[in-house]
Design a protein around this ligand. Structure first.
Ligand SMILES: [Zn+2]
Length: 415
């Protein structure tokens, strides 16, 4: 690396370490910020010489990044922004901290994908899904898909691993090549990770016609856009690879959504030459991811933490949660987005028949929503009150971002 980059990298590591020592989080944002101030090209310098995978999408990024890191680890040391700081400051900090590694797997906020593609020149990019998120500041889904598509046109050599079940992702991943300009369409490997949430992809991003669905297939009624045939699919409790071999997946993470994330991780790792048969056992070593899915025993209750930030992820959380007493917590602080009207996009009726407790800064928004859905609930002021209100046994906790962090702090920052 050039001298300026070496200095920037070293200062970045020191700043992050000081921030950690001062008890101010993991320091990755401030470390990366200072490093990039000293050398604006630091991320590019730190990326040079590494084989990199980027993982982006509205939901499942952190977990898929963790699973992919485990799978690529078959080949050697892998740098990763494991704690979810998914903007360029976080990537810079993660690579500076890891020192020289042959591989890196980086979670990327979907708004920053173009910028991070430019800086890191990855070998492969994984595109998971696109759905509405943080209504007061996120881009609309079609706009996001357009940004991804434009970014891929500028990087025709990157290998794309993309979700065949999400029409917006498929459209973004298949920009037309323009031979006159020397553009070729990107090389895409398709996986099927399912799509439980359909309400952001009823309209074709290419022609505006209706998209129809039947039996796992989808197609545009006005143009040739349709579901591509996936090479990697989830079947029963395992994954079918492109050769037709089936691999049993034993995860410590719940839900079919995580089987899809495992299929994605295997597909990305395969782009580096990892054989699925060598990687599957490593996927089972991932327990919880920055507190997500963590289980804690307290006062005879087995408490499980599920993070859900937007309508699509709430649907997945309802699928993962056992039929057991359930605590819902909603905040609307800066990292959550200030607008909670998306609660009305979620159908809470799957919770009917369960003991439902609500808490958080915006518990009353939840109360109105549950009332409209006809789901009885009780409001509790604290997490302890919730624990005392349920019988011994499983307590499922579903919370959005800062609400989740608050409860995680109550449980001594469980990982
Ligand atoms: Zn169409």
């Amino acid at each position: 690396m050039p001298m300026r980059a070496k200095v920037a990298s070293s200062v970045s590591r020191t700043a992050a370490a000081l921030s950690r020592a001062a008890g101010r989080g993991d320091g990755s944002v401030i470390g990366g910020w200072i490093g990039l101030k000293i050398d604006p090209d630091l991320l590019a310098h730190l990326s040079a010489g590494r084989a990199i995978a980027l993982v982006s999408g509205t939901n499942g990024k952190t977990t898929t990044t963790r699973l992919t890191t485990a799978a690529v680890g078959v080949l050697g040391r892998v740098a990763s922004n494991a704690f979810g700081a998914n903007m360029p400051t976080g990537h810079t900090s993660a690579l500076a901290k890891a020192g020289s590694t042959p591989y890196a797997v980086l979670e990327v906020d979907e708004h920053y994908l173009a910028q991070v593609l430019e800086a890191t020149e990855p070998h492969v990019v994984a595109l998971l899904n696109l759905s509405r998120d943080q209504l007061d500041r996120a881009k609309e889904v079609a706009m996001m898909a357009q940004l991804w598509r434009a970014a891929l046109v500028r990087h025709p050599r990157v290998r794309v691993v993309a979700n065949a079940d999400d029409p917006m992702v498929v459209w973004a991943a298949t920009p037309p090549g323009d031979p006159a300009q020397g553009h070729v369409p990107p090389h895409v490997t398709w996986f099927s990770a399912g799509q439980r949430w359909h309400d952001d992809s009823w309209v074709c991003p290419e022609c505006g016609s209706t998209i129809q669905r039947s039996g796992g297939q989808w197609w545009c009624t006005g143009c040739p856009l349709r579901r591509p045939e996936p090479q990697w699919t989830v079947e029963d409790d395992g994954v079918l690879d492109p050769t037709g071999a089936w691999h049993k997946i034993q995860l410590q993470l719940p839900g079919t959504v995580n089987l899809g994330n495992a299929a994605t991780a295997l597909a990305v790792a395969a782009e580096f030459g990892v054989r699925p048969v060598d990687a599957v056992s490593r996927l089972g070593t991932v327990t919880s991811v920055a507190g997500r899915y963590a289980q804690v025993d307290r006062d005879g209750r087995n408490i499980r933490l599920l993070l859900a930030k937007n309508p699509a992820s709430w649907l997945e959380a309802f699928d993962m949660a056992d039929v057991a007493p359930t605590l819902l917590s909603i905040n609307a602080r800066d990292p959550d987005g200030l607008d909670t009207s998306w609660l009305f996009d979620v159908d809470f009726s799957p919770l009917a028949g369960r003991q439902v407790l609500i808490t958080g800064d915006r518990a009353y928004d939840l109360a109105v929503r549950l009332d409209v859905n006809g789901v009885p609930f009780r409001h509790v002021r604290t997490f302890d009150e919730a624990v005392r209100a349920v019988p011994p046994g499983r307590l499922e906790v579903i919370a959005n971002y800062t609400a989740f962090q608050d409860i995680r702090a109550e449980l001594d920052r469980v990982n």
